[in-house]
Design a protein around this ligand. Sequence first.
Ligand SMILES: *[C@@H]1O[C@H](CO)[C@@H](O)[C@H](O)[C@H]1NC(C)=O
Length: 192
Amino acid sequence: MTKGAVMLLVLFITVLSAVSEAHRPGNRALAHGRRPGADPVAPTHLHFYFHDSSRGTPPTSVRVAGPAKPSLQTLFGAVYVMDDPLTERPELGSAAVGRAQGFYIGADQTAMGFLQVMNLVLTSGAYNGSSLTVLGRNFPLAEVREMPIVGGTGAFRFARGYAQARTYSMNTKTGDANVEYDVYVMHKHANI
Ligand SMILES: *[C@@H]1O[C@H](CO)[C@@H](O)[C@H](O)[C@H]1NC(C)=O
């Protein structure tokens, strides 16, 4: 072989191996930023009912700080800590799914709008022991409130998603509320 032919052969082999490398399925998936075999599109859907009661015995939410007389329209400045039960069905006595632990603060001076920060701690089913963290705006008089899911633990590591909250029933005298939650979350399903 001439020197030129050897050079051409080396070039050909280099290009061939680069092309086949790029076409290995694992690499293609990496190029798109996900693991081979991971389902890129299907979020996990969780559905449950959230029971918040400041007048129950014992209460599941307590006002811990704020102005002595907050505006009843906005509750601006009032801080509530909650450890609210989550259930499978609307009835408080139905199967427990987990707890919503965190706080909400009146953070809007013109309407009722809370900054809500909470961990959804799951205590049954496939996600028992895992948790999701919610941080968003809850304006309880709207029909649907959307709050971002900003992270999670256990099965929900790397979680991203959103929660939609709809009031199922509310006691207008006490403010105690039953809220239906739909949570849609993308997360790593295994091995990480
Ligand atoms: C959830 O996990 C805990 C800890 O592993 C266990 O004790 C409990 O029985 C589980 N609950 C359900 C409802 O499976």
